[in-house]
Design a protein around this ligand. Structure first.
Ligand code: FAD
Length: 381
């Protein structure tokens, strides 16, 4: 049986970065991925992912974001390719909404550049936006988007260049930990490793049943629409947005790639799914949810659909991440439950998981307390 220093199960957003950071430290790494190197079936596809520094989800994320930006820029240098596009980021909603208050609070606490707007002044500065009277917005100039498929592919390439083996189309069906190591079984083979890192996205609970109530896959849909006035939705004049509206929380990006104006809604139609049996068809109800957001807040983008895709969130009960050692198995570490906002962090999550797999600890230990499994004690089934 072949032996490795570390095995990473799931080579998506988090797994590709983890494999790279492990290989960078001279480890013999094996990455096992059930599909292809970047694919459309998990959580890390769809042309763009928002990255932003102002973080209403919690001030504890901001130091990790500072590091994530640095690591994305490092990957761009390694790849010789642009991966992170800065457009500015708008956080908007009622002035007392969690999004606006939280975004402002993190800007103030960390001294981040920002500007506050009422609806009329934001609409005048960025005419693609048509926010109603009474809304407030925070513009943070470092916001923008990543190109997720290229991020995954470039982390895989960088890991391979350092000697990592990445096996695609090799699904892991189980693992057993024993004193000093872990045995990992796939559909084709078995391997031994000193440390196992599970970065299986929506499938995490299939490999760790403890996560069944803690990392719950949810179907999402995004829509790219052809703007009626394309000039208003270009990256130079249209910041990414995160909008807490009465209808729900919409997010989106300027025209890039597909090329259309992109919109999604957090928790779309609140459909909990089996990741292997998710309905990937697009239905009229899916488009209706997203059209509502376009018509209400971005009417000049309300042209024909160019593309629609399904994707999955993996929600934890408090929508904070899970980064921790396995509760019962030595040498096994879990990164899961990214709850619809994880991709921007995958560069730094890879670094943290490599630390944990190598040393059992991390220089970020004072930053990741909020991501430990212990917070759910009493809630796990
Ligand atoms: C529509 C949508 C929009 C989003 N927008 C944003 C955004 O704007 N900004 C942001 O920061 N985040 C965003 N997110 C969240 C972010 O994309 C996710 O948090 C992140 O991609 C999760 O990465 P992951 O590595 O956990 O999962 P994945 O990238 O899905 O990786 C898991 C991998 O594990 C593999 N795998 C699973 N089981 C096995 C097995 N048994 N054997 C082998 N391989 C296996 C899978 O095939 C997959 O490749 C969004 C998510 C969605 C769905």
């Amino acid at each position: 049986m072949r032996e490795f220093d570390a095995i990473v199960v799931g080579v998506g957003g988090m797994g590709s970065a983890t494999a790279y950071h492990l290989a960078r430290r001279g480890q013999q790494v094996l990455g096992l991925e059930q599909f292809d190197r970047a694919h459309d079936f998990g959580s890390s596809h769809g042309v763009t992912r928002i990255i932003r520094m102002a973080y209403a989800e919690g001030a504890g994320y901001v130091p990790l974001l500072l590091r994530a930006y640095t690591l994305w820029r490092e990957l761009e240098t390694l790849a010789g390719e642009r991966l992170l596009y800065v457009t500015g980021g708008v956080d908007a909603g009622a002035p007392d909404s969690a999004t606006v208050r939280g975004s402002l609070a993190t800007c103030r606490q960390f001294g981040l550049d920002h500007q506050e707007f009422d609806a009329a002044s934001l609409n005048a500065k960025y005419p693609g936006y048509r926010f109603p009277k009474g809304m407030a917005a925070v513009l943070q100039p470092d916001g923008g988007f990543l190109a997720p498929e290229a991020c995954v592919v470039n982390y895989v390439k960088a890991a391979q260049a350092l000697g990592a083996e990445i096996h695609t189309r090799e699904r892991v069906i189980g693992w057993d930990s024993f004193a000093g190591g872990v045995e990992v079984r796939t559909e084709h083979d078995s391997y031994r490793t000193r440390s196992l890192v599970i970065t299986a996205g929506p499938w995490a609970s299939q490999l760790c049943p403890e996560l069944v109530p803690l990392a719950i896959p949810e179907r999402q849909v995004v829509l790219w629409a052809a703007p009626l006035r394309p000039e208003l939705f270009q990256p130079a004049v249209f910041p990414v947005f995160n909008l807490e509206a009465p209808e729900g929380r919409f997010y989106g990006c300027p025209v890039f790639g597909v090329p259309g104006f992109k919109i999604g809604k957090y928790h779309h139609r609140r459909e909990v799914v089996d990741p292997s049996g998710i309905d990937r068809e697009i239905h009229a109800e899916d488009e209706a949810v997203l059209r509502e957001g376009i018509r209400q807040y971005f009417p000049d983008a309300d042209g024909p659909p160019l593309a629609m895709k399904t994707c999955m969130f993996t929600n934890s009960p408090d929508e904070h991440f899970i980064l921790d050692a396995h509760p019962e198995a030595d040498n096994v570490y879990i990164a899961a439950g990214f709850s619809g906002h994880g991709f921007k962090f995958s560069s730094v999550v890879g670094e943290i998981m490599a630390d944990l797999a190598l040393d059992g600890g991390t220089k970020y230990s004072n930053r990741i307390g909020m991501f430990r499994l212990a917070r759910f004690h009493g809630k796990a089934g």
